[in-house]
Design a protein. Sequence first.
Length: 231
Amino acid sequence: MSLDLNRVKALCFDVDGTLSDTDDLYVRKVSRFIPRFLFKDPDHFARRLVMWVEAPGNALLGLADTFGIDDEMVAVIHWLSRHRKHSSKEFLLIPGVDEMLKQLHGRYPMAVVSARDEGGTLAFLKKFDLLKYFDVIITGLSAEHTKPYPDPILLAAQKMKTSPENCLMIGDTTVDMRAGKSAGAQTVGVLCGFGEEPELKKMGADVILEDTTKLLGLLKRENYGFDAGCL
């Protein structure tokens, strides 16, 4: 896996599992009820289960990716986006994401590219004062089709006045990787959310990072557009 940083002119970030974290306290509670004899890593399974509950759109898109029923599942996602009541659950931020975005801001145009509904996306970004870092917000109904279709990334690139080939899609699911690749963008898979390393690699992730904040270190190591003293 390799990344051509000379191509990277704009950044596209998924939300759930990429910027937004899950509730680790809830994960620990759920983990107590996971049969140890059935699951090798019950804590890991509990985390994925909680994330599926908290972000059903990602879970459904993942199933669509597995079984090849994109059209049908995207129709379901669009229906849910229009009709599902917003959760009152508190949003959580992956530690260090705010500082990472602060340091990237002004060096690249940045977009949110999420399958989440607009209300939930804006509520999360406003809660942590992240809106100021993004030039473009693309949500589940912004484009004709949502991820894994390329439409959201193509729209984000257009609004950021760059080509899709010059975008870097950062996400935690195979859906993000597929959307990025089909748009012609490069992709970074992060392991702090829904996705597993083997499946992200299989779907063409150019780089795999432990979590989203490691993107800053990647750019620093490649000595691309950063002064060492600012990181």
